[in-house]
Design a protein around this ligand. Structure first.
Ligand code: SAM
Ligand code: SF4
Length: 467
């Protein structure tokens, strides 16, 4: 067993990465009549990993269930980005332990995802949670079937301490038959000082472009309308291998004829004019960019290791807005980074007031063990941080509403994805600019791009009717 070692993450070399074509076959009757419960926390990357985990479980004959009480195997796919991830893990473990001790001694409990790549967490599971049967890291998902087949009485732990290879022929049980995630790269090389991702997911490893295109072509053939190219830094795609640039990849994906192409997340530092131009030129590349700001203060950006200044961010923002017609831009912002002064925070508000983002995910800084920022002295108390977050959210929500109101009485194309969770009499879908729309319309429109007249606008969604 190798434990993940955070200290070594920066020293790793790319030579270790191999592109491996999986050829795995399993007996689908092996766990026939057995059920699995899968809970996923975190970002789109984790959600997509969840689609792989589900496919791997079903390849052994497991079927899904919604309750722990009804299951033979439970898997928690964890996120490590912020401190509250730990509370979620231990809350979940408490429920599973109770179920195993009281009702189902054969229940298999599995922990995976980013927390399973943290040395401290793995040590704690070994020492204090012996009822957990399997632990597998973000680089070991392809070993899940073997872990279940070869499960023995002791804890079975499979966590690579260095980043994994790039695997092809990965099975997915996709959550939608209309839109699909497509990984274009794994890991991240940026090492922002607050962020755990480069440690839990390893250094950046890009997939080969011909494999990505093959996957998108297959999705088109199977009737998918939209793909979202996925990576921690999609626009750094290709910098670690001799292949296409991200702009060239976007062009090739657009050439497949898929109706909608999206991508997430872009780093401002890696944004090129070629990218902006291809998005502006192609109708099937959506005019929507998630462009994390993190802070509006150049001092804090420097401490965060973000590689751009406030002025460079604003310049890029304007260039995108001026070149891509009706482009919506959303962002991520962290408040309360160690020693963020009132002036630093004011600068963040100034940028928000200037950019008027379509929406923003906002967070209070959460120290992550092993990252450089966690060692920085921090004199700012939590109350101040909470007040800053509340003030920021108020402004962000005001601009979200303003941006949404611009759609009132306009007719826009919406990809209808399903029945609204809030109102079963309505459908829901997204505009090309990624606005959620609740729509009055017939169910047979699901999967189609239809013109919708926008009749109401709220901060987080629009209402409309099919034209
Ligand atoms: N790769 C993307 C990027 O660079 O923007 C997203 C990474 S992360 C999954 C999503 C967001 O979580 C980040 O953009 C950041 O705002 C936030 N985040 C990451 N680490 C954090 C921390 N230690 N405390 C609070 N927020 C954090
Ligand atoms: Fe984390 Fe920074 Fe990489 Fe995003 S770019 S995943 S915030 S290290």
């Amino acid at each position: 067993m190798q434990l993940p070692n955070i200290k070594d993450a920066r020293k790793r070399t790319k030579e270790e990465v191999k592109h491996i074509y999986l050829d795995q076959h399993y007996d689908q009757d092996m766990f026939k009549n057995k059920k699995y419960f899968l809970r996923t926390y975190g970002c789109q990357m984790n959600v997509h990993d969840g689609e792989e985990i589900a496919a791997r479980l079903e390849s052994l004959g497991f079927t899904p269930t919604d309750t722990i009480e009804d299951s033979d195997v439970v898997i928690l796919n964890t996120c490590a980005i912020r401190e509250n991830a730990h509370d979620k893990l231990y809350g979940f473990l408490g429920r599973c332990k109770h179920e195993k001790e009281k009702n189902n001694k054969d229940l298999i409990i599995g922990i995976c995802g980013c927390m399973a790549q943290e040395e401290g967490v793995v040590n704690d599971l070994i020492k204090n949670h012996p009822y957990v049967d399997i632990v597998f890291g973000t680089h070991n998902i392809h070993e899940l079937q073997d872990l279940l087949i070869n499960k023995h009485s002791k804890q079975n732990i499979e966590v690579y301490s260095c980043e994994g290879n790039v695997y092809e022929n990965i099975p997915y049980k996709r959550e939608s038959n209309i839109k699909a995630w497509v990984n274009i790269q794994y890991g991240c090389d940026k090492f922002c000082t607050y962020c755990i991702v480069p440690y839990t997911r390893g250094k950046q490893r890009s997939r080969k472009s011909n494999e990505i295109i093959k996957e998108v072509e297959c999705l088109v053939k199977n009737g998918y309308k939209e793909v979202t190219l996925l990576g921690q830094n999609v626009n750094a795609y290709g910098k670690d291998i001799e292949d296409l640039s991200f702009a060239e990849l976007l062009e090739k994906v657009s050439d497949t004829g898929i109706e909608r192409v999206r991508f997430v997340t872009s780093h401002p530092w890696d944004f090129t004019d070629d990218m902006i131009n291809i998005i502006a030129e192609r109708d099937n590349i959506m005019p929507y960019i998630h462009l994390p700001l993190q802070s509006g203060s150049t001092n804090i950006l420097k401490l965060m290791g973000r590689r751009y200044t406030k002025e460079e961010y604003l310049e890029l923002f304007k260039k995108i807005k001026n070149t891509i017609k009706n482009c919506s831009i959303t962002t991520d912002i962290i408040v309360g980074f160690p020693n963020e002064t009132d002036e630093d925070f004011e600068e963040t508000l100034n940028v928000v007031n200037e950019c008027k983002f379509d929406s923003a995910f906002t967070f209070i800084y959460s120290p992550r063990e092993g990252t450089p920022a966690a060692k920085m002295e921090d004199k700012i108390d939590m109350k101040t941080k909470e007040e800053r977050l509340a003030k920021l959210n108020e402004i962000v929500n005001k601009y979200s509403l303003e941006a949404n109101k611009k759609y009132l009485n306009k007719t826009v194309p919406v990809l209808i994805e399903g029945i609204s969770e809030k109102d079963p009499n309505k459908l829901f879908g997204y505009t090309d600019t990624m606005k959620l729309v609740n729509v009055i319309g017939n169910k047979n429109l699901i999967g189609q791009i239809v013109n919708v007249l926008i009749t109401d606008a709220k901060s987080f969604s629009l209402d409309g009717e099919v034209k």
